[in-house]
Design a protein around this ligand. Structure first.
Ligand code: 5GP
Ligand code: ZN
Length: 113
């Protein structure tokens, strides 16, 4: 998917502030952070939205959550707290159509906006 922004970041065609990588996932800082800590956790495989996942992706989805938890601990916000957000399709606020989990932390998060 050479026309997909996050595929290009995962593939190294575009630079990113990478924090973590394994066989399945890639994590990097959001270029327009909404909080002092704003990390995106994305599967290396191109999956457009959560709606496009299948039962086969269940371990991947669990791995995304546990990686987010570990990154929160690495960033020193595991105990103070953090928010995970996954936007799906237009009214969910999704703008990049490659599945990703937002990890937000470092300030008091109140309303979902
Ligand atoms: P969405 O709105 O699809 O849930 O989130 C997409 C996120 O990707 C946004 O928070 C946006 O700031 C981030 N983003 C868009 N383009 C880039 C980029 O080129 N590099 C990085 N690191 N983040 C990006
Ligand atoms: Zn992609």
């Amino acid at each position: 998917m050479s026309d997909c922004l996050f595929c290009r970041i995962v593939g190294g065609d575009l630079p990113s502030d990478k924090l973590f990588e394994d066989d399945l996932l890639f994590a990097f800082r959001d270029v327009q952070p909404m909080a002092p800590v704003h990390i995106l956790i994305v599967p290396k495989e191109h999956i457009a939205t959560l709606n496009d996942t299948t039962l086969d992706d269940q371990p991947l989805l669990g791995h995304m959550l546990m990686t987010a938890r570990d990154l929160a601990a690495d960033e020193g916000v595991g105990e103070s707290g953090y928010r995970l957000a996954l936007n799906c399709n237009q009214e969910g606020g999704q703008t990049v159509y490659h599945l990703h989990l937002h990890l937000l932390a470092g300030r008091q998060l109140t309303h979902l906006r």
